[in-house]
Design a protein around this ligand. Structure first.
Ligand code: FMN
Length: 183
């Protein structure tokens, strides 16, 4: 697919079904992710991939986190438990923050954010789709423990991945003058 066409046409999708990308395709997706800008080449981005039966494992992680941290919120506990089944594949976006005199944690997390966009673009180029979600299950100091990760890890969100189903969403056109100042 033409690279610029892919950039201009990529859309997130909430309606995702099988098939998900195969191993060879996912290797391309992760290689693309790991070409994101990365100050001092610290390689802080890590990915956990759940699909098929292992979605049950992710469901248990979400449920345990929700039960321990939002015990009064029965609706959220139920929502967390079923969340992984919204797509056939889920990629957990992780920044493993490394100590470096010139590269603060925020730069390392921004590198993972760039990696996430590369994943979405690579998926789109391969005719798959995804959506980045966060909510209470991400961007907090507690969730990493439920993945058995040390506290220098940060979960930036979840990419729900699969094949787009249903009608394509219309995206409003953008007036560049609202966003760009040219000097
Ligand atoms: C860091 C981040 C977190 C997001 N979290 C959510 C979320 O929890 N739930 C959601 O519906 N959309 C979330 N979104 C928005 C979607 O991923 C998506 O960008 C949005 O639906 C617009 O679609 P588009 O990417 O096709 O423009 C998030 C986006 C970003 C960048």
């Amino acid at each position: 697919m033409d690279a610029i066409k892919n950039l201009l046409n990529r859309k997130s999708s909430k309606n995702l079904e099988l098939p998900f990308p195969n191993r060879k395709e996912m290797d391309i997706v992760y290689q693309s992710a790991l070409r994101a800008p990365d100050h001092a080449w610290l390689k802080p981005s890590k990915f956990l991939e759940f699909k098929g039966d292992s979605l049950n494992k992710l469901s248990k992680i979400f449920e345990d986190f929700a039960k321990d941290n939002f015990s009064d919120d029965i609706a959220f506990i139920e929502k967390a438990k079923i969340a992984p089944f919204r797509a056939p594949m889920v990629i957990v976006l992780i920044t493993e923050v490394k100590k470096h005199p010139k590269v603060p944690p925020i730069e390392q997390m921004l590198s993972t954010a760039a990696a996430a966009q590369n994943i979405l673009l690579a998926l789109s180029a391969l005719n798959y789709a995804g959506i980045w979600k966060t909510g209470k299950l991400a961007l907090n100091d507690d969730i990493v423990r439920y993945f058995n990760l040390d506290s220098n890890h940060h979960i930036l969100g979840y990419l729900y991945v699969g094949t787009k189903s249903g009608k394509d969403r219309n995206v409003p056109s953008i007036d560049l003058e609202d966003f760009v100042t040219r000097y």
